[in-house]
Design a protein around this ligand. Sequence first.
Ligand code: GLC
Length: 534
Amino acid sequence: MHDKWLWWRDGVIYQIYPRSYSDSNGDGMGDLNGIRSRLAYLQDLGVDAIWLSPVYPSPDKDFGYDVSDYTGIDPRYGTLKDFDNLVKEAHQRDVRIIMDLVLNHTSDQHPWFKESRSSRDNPFRDWYLWRPAKPDGSPPNNWQSVFGGGGWKFDPQTGEYYFHMFLPEQPDVNWRHPAVRQAMLGVFRFWLERGVDGFRLDVFNGYFKDAELKDNPARFGLRAFDRQFHIHDTDQPEMIPLLNEIRALLDAYPDRYMVGETFLATPQKAIRYIGNTKAHAAFNFNFTGQPWHAGKMRSAILEWEGLNGKEGWPNYVLNNHDTRRSASRYHFDEADLRGKTAALLLLTLRGTPFLYYGEEIGMRDIALKRSEIMDPPGKLYWPIYQGRDGCRSPMQWDTSAQAGFSRSRPWLKLHPGFHDRNVAIQQANADSLLNFYKKMLQLRRQHPALHRGSMEMLKEIPAGLLAYIRADMQERILIAINFSRSKRNCLLPAGEPVSVLLDTMPAWPAQLDGSGHLQLRGGQGVALLLHGGD
Ligand code: GLC
């Protein structure tokens, strides 16, 4: 058990998609001053850190994930001064800032790439992955782009191909080049010196590719990208020493943090990158991908717990900017009872929880017509895959014309239901999802067992239930969640009287009978304090 509060381990991280959070200058796009104006809200909500999706200058082919300057702020988001003010005020409010670093690729408008593509003997040529065509003119190997089509783009200017894992406008950099490595470490240093508390590393396990660029072996799959085992274009052994080096750099500053976005993640893959000399955390998305099903959730949690071990520290996430919102995925009812249960689960598991803006008010995905789709893979694969715009709609603050997000028409349309679902309305309703999140976050902070305690899954319980005990030296807290639609009885650990800390259905509280049974309604969840033997 640890004693000292550590923000990234014991706290809760809230992801902001800056374009859609709060627009201070009325151009229809969120910005840094907009975020700063919402810090009081975030502090009151009870989160410990915010992770900002990219705010660097970008031609926006992939909405900021194509960066043309790693040490600048896109003028549409503000200035470096605005950034400094945001960091300063966030810190005054005890909220940390995590930057999203997109270092697997740059924008094709980055000066490095412009130099690189200008001639074969330019000093920046080897900063990217350039190769001549095969004798028959075909691309250098069989690698594909995850956004569709081949991974190699022929550039007529110098008559060679370059590799891009994502869009052709997102050329992959050559991390094997010592100058690239130094430049990228300089980016970390730049933001550390500006006072940021941590980094989310975009597609970090894609940085290195096989040195000989060997073909990936074939496998069964639908799209060309899925018809390969991605063993040569991701997850190369060189990533570990690089993580060691980045970690040493971070550790030269107090309490800094990095979480990797594991590309093509599996729990087994993600765990390789976590440790005292590697990343503090890496996403595996296995939990995120589970259906609303007690047994499946339990297996995903136990697998991740098992891989992390008692000394390791897992992380859990239900929402991000790349996936359908949980409210839509799990078909939350209008009263958000399921939303409360999902919050109870996410915020009581052992590990760092990540929230995504709007999750706390149960924002749903927006529906888009084909002509409205902006996300490149959505355009390409429609209607089979409709892209990621759905989960990126503007934050719903109040009932005013643009939901309090902006004075003018937002860059992406608002959810039509924002009049009934917004922060102002939910703040005024004691029983709202927002107030449930607040209560849950407070409870989590007040009880060390909930944020840093051990976790033990109860095994002998009826199907449809998920139950576990979080414990430290002082307290034991039982979480029981009924994923099914009908009543369930759960036998509490022997002879322990309890008191209820939180119930997702306070109007119909969970029943406890004299024989040690807890009865939960369909969809109900509770957190109970167990008075072990005293
Ligand atoms: C990551 C980001 C995603 C982006 C991609 C390319 O997966 O989360 O939004 O499109 O990297 O940078």
